[in-house]
Design a protein around this ligand. Structure first.
Ligand code: DX5
Ligand code: ZN
Length: 217
């Protein structure tokens, strides 16, 4: 079984003190920092971009996982890579037929790549590109906001992606994002996820370290 990694989403952080927030996550045992980049077009919310990644790169050695919820991600992947992203994930819904080329572009920048599907996109749409991914992200909420309710149909999609990963025999991470907390983390792991994004579950807790280790255990 692959190692379980916890990736707190800084979408739920206090943006006025982002550096301190990331250092606190690092001290609390986070494995990865999940950076939700939103453009107000692909999703109905706006967060931050390249400059945030560049500045966070200076203060943490944890992998920066950039989840791009933006249109035309191919225009920006090179700059996110230069800014210090360790992995860049792009949505099928933002790339459509261009997904394969965008993933290849990310790889060419020397960064890990991942494909993401929304709750209403079937696994079939990314089946062919899974073997070239370092990670596959199954969304368990519609992207845009933290604190939403987990959509249980994501569990079947995790199983479906996991079967494809196993069949191709490559070392590919399977990430779940949206509405994951202590109440359902066992179910997502059982369904095959090994990289667990948690926004509100970590940021709303009084003891971040205890929550991260509970999610990991
Ligand atoms: C949703 C984001 C998620 C979200 C997770 O658009 O991609 O990363 O912040 O937050 P929670 O864990 O609160 O659902
Ligand atoms: Zn995310």
């Amino acid at each position: 079984m692959k190692e379980i990694k916890i990736a707190p989403s800084i979408l739920s952080a206090d943006f006025s003190k982002m550096g301190e927030e990331v250092i606190s996550l690092e001290k609390a045992g986070a494995d990865i920092i999940h950076c939700d980049v939103m453009d107000g077009v692909f999703v109905n919310n706006i967060t931050f971009g390249i400059k945030m990644v560049e500045d966070l790169r200076k203060i943490t050695t944890l992998p920066l996982d950039c989840h791009l919820m933006i249109v035309n991600p191919e225009k920006y992947v090179e700059r996110f890579a230069k800014a210090g992203a360790d992995i860049i994930t792009v949505h099928y819904e933002a790339c459509k037929e261009g997904l394969k080329d965008t993933l290849a572009l990310i790889k060419n920048c020397g960064v890990k790549c991942g494909a993401v599907i929304n709750p209403d996109t079937p696994v079939e749409k990314i089946k062919d590109v899974i073997p070239m991914c370092d990670m596959v992200l199954v969304m368990s909420v519609f992207p845009g906001f933290g604190g939403q309710k987990f959509i249980p149909e994501a569990l079947d999609k995790l199983r479906e992606v996991k079967a494809i990963i196993e069949a191709c025999g490559k070392d590919i991470d399977l990430q779940i994002d949206g509405g994951v907390g202590e109440g359902n983390v066992a179910a997502v792991k059982e369904a095959g996820a090994n990289v667990i994004v948690a926004g509100s579950a970590v940021f709303k807790s009084v003891d971040r370290a205890a929550t991260i280790s509970a999610l990991k255990a």
